[in-house]
Design a protein around this ligand. Sequence first.
Ligand SMILES: CC(C)(COP(=O)(O)OP(=O)(O)OC[C@H]1O[C@@H](n2cnc3c(N)ncnc32)[C@H](O)[C@@H]1OP(=O)(O)O)[C@@H](O)C(=O)NCCC(=O)NCCS
Length: 280
Amino acid sequence: MRTSGDQRGGTHAGSTDDGKAHWVDRFGPLSVSSSTGIPPSVGDVHIWRGWLDQPAGRVWQLEQTLSADERERAGRFRFETDRTRFIVGRGTLRSILGHYLGIEPGRVRLRYGPNGKPTLDEGPDRAPIQFNLAHSHQLAVLVFARTRQVGIDLEYVRPVPRLQQIAASFFSVYENAVLSSLPPSQQEEAFYLCWTCKEAYLKARGVGLEQPLDQFDVSLAPGEPARLLRVEGKPEETSRWSLHWLRPAPGYLGALAVEEQESSTCLLHTCATSLTWRDL
Ligand SMILES: CC(C)(COP(=O)(O)OP(=O)(O)OC[C@H]1O[C@@H](n2cnc3c(N)ncnc32)[C@H](O)[C@@H]1OP(=O)(O)O)[C@@H](O)C(=O)NCCC(=O)NCCS
């Protein structure tokens, strides 16, 4: 897979000096560059980021686009910050999908897989758009593709107390061995790289963290390309998925899992809504 983001760091997207696709600046809300204003073509993957703490007027606007069940869910949050961040994340997802489909955001219909993964509930006449969303702290990242399954994860990087114990409980034998072999100064980053890759892969498959996390290996050494290295009992999985580490903003690490297709290579585009870009 090629990326049109940062080529220097292997598969890290999100900062570039090559003048091609990156986190796009200077566009109105949901006005996007010529390459990302149309639904992703078969070979394209569009990655968006958006800040979740928005002015009250913008939150209200986005709230109007939510479905009844989404508003009900928003109403169940205990803290106002969590409520508004959910509204902004969902509203932004609806805005981008509506933009791609040429319909009002409020008319986008979603349905849910057995483990809660939202997908488009569109008629058979529409070309399918796959998507996934992750949020952490003040930031959301969203990924869109045409026919490929995609999964994305994001973490706001904070010190991890008991890092070794958490890794021992959740990571595979291989991943624990790599983590312990790294100098202490690199272990926190490796921990986040590992965690986000594993979650992005599971989210692409539409399953969740109830799956045993130690039954597959991902790369995690900082500086190495992100890769799915082994899946217990499913050797074909390693060539079916490509993984990409994301650095969408200072203090955040994420990962993207994209289903590979023999018919076409894939080009990553990264985009941003202007409302939020100014905050960077
Ligand atoms: C999916 C999951 C890993 C997300 O974890 P998280 O770190 O809390 O959240 P993230 O920010 O990474 O992602 C959240 C988004 O992923 C999407 N999502 C939800 N479930 C998903 C799933 N099973 N697969 C992929 N994406 C999913 C949603 O868009 C969600 O956004 P929303 O909360 O605004 O609706 C976690 O919720 C999980 O393990 N879910 C499965 C639980 C399950 O099996 N439930 C069964 C009954 S529904």
